[in-house]
Ligand binder design. Structure first.
Ligand SMILES: [Zn+2]
Length: 288
């Protein structure tokens, strides 16, 4: 069911937990993420990367993900990630997305405020929550390339002003996080995060959480992060499983369904582990 609304994120921040948000690309990864949330008994957000629409028709992918998530018994959200285009946001709202992100982080502050305000207005009109970003997060969503955070960390005072002026429901911050795997294991500036959280009342979002140590992620959640985006880590788990499957599946009469099932199951397992970590649930028999 599509029930991850703004209240769910506010509750998560208050309760010291975070909702995992994962990029989905096709039917297998969509089913995988629903199963992961069902198995963990905890909410999750399925994310449509605006970049995916270069490869798959927006309507086809969005309808698929909305339909599969709505039919699941788990509490889920379908979220448009890193969108820079108001027309694309409206298209996804019309197709039933339960939240959207407007990314004006590449723009000068005033232009980011203006673009984000327009997206918030469209989102709230459709009854959904809107995520904005202040401080650019380097790297690419869909490919892990070497990227370094350079200078554009989120300024706490500016963040408070940004949230107040835009009415945004959640704020993506740049505190040392990068998209893809970070070369240094993902050092986060937790003091900066605490400072931002002290001034910004809305739930904070951490992008690029792949490869960051579990204890650091727990500390970030403790300081106000209520949504954590993970993508590269799931892709890596999927590739690892596929490496072991392709040869036997080829010998097994080019058994494509076997490959697709492995894609689904490997993503489900990796996502469930992250959902449990972020929710403070036991993982693999261990208390967190
Ligand atoms: Zn991101």
């Amino acid at each position: 069911m599509l029930s991850v609304n703004a209240g769910e994120l506010i509750a998560a921040r208050k309760e010291g937990r975070a909702v995992g948000a994962f990029t989905t690309y096709n039917m297998e990864t969509t089913i995988a993420l629903c199963r992961a949330a069902e198995a963990a008994g905890s909410p999750a957000v399925l994310q449509l990367g605006a970049s995916a629409f270069r490869h798959v028709d927006l309507g086809v992918l969005t309808r698929l993900v909305v339909d599969v998530a709505a039919a699941s018994g788990a509490s889920l959200g379908v979220h448009l990630d890193h969108c820079r285009d108001l027309a694309e946001i409206q298209a996804c709202l019309d197709l039933g997305c339960s939240s959207v992100m407007i990314d004006g982080s590449h723009l000068p502050f005033e232009e980011n405020v203006e673009l984000t305000r327009a997206a918030v207005s469209a989102g709230h009109k459709a009854g959904v929550w809107v995520e904005g970003e202040l401080g650019a997060i380097p790297g690419e969503e869909d490919r892990s390339v070497s990227a370094r955070p350079e200078a554009l960390f989120t300024d706490p005072a500016q963040a408070a002003q940004f949230v107040e002026r835009t009415g945004v429901d959640a704020l993506a911050v740049q505190i040392g996080n990068v998209h893809g795997f970070s070369a240094d294991g993902g050092r986060l500036d937790l003091d900066l995060l605490a400072d931002i959280a002290a001034r910004v009342p809305v739930p904070l979002v951490l992008h690029g959480a792949s490869g960051i140590e579990d204890d650091v992620l727990r500390a970030a959640i403790h300081r106000g992060v209520a949504k954590i985006n993970v993508n590269a880590e799931l892709r890596r788990a999927c590739f690892g499983a596929l490496d072991e499957t392709l040869a036997p599946a080829r010998e097994d009469g080019y058994h494509l369904q076997r490959v697709l099932n492995v894609m689904r199951d490997s993503v489900a397992a990796a996502a469930e582990d992250r959902i449990r970590l972020f929710a403070g649930l036991p993982r693999g028999g261990q208390e967190t």
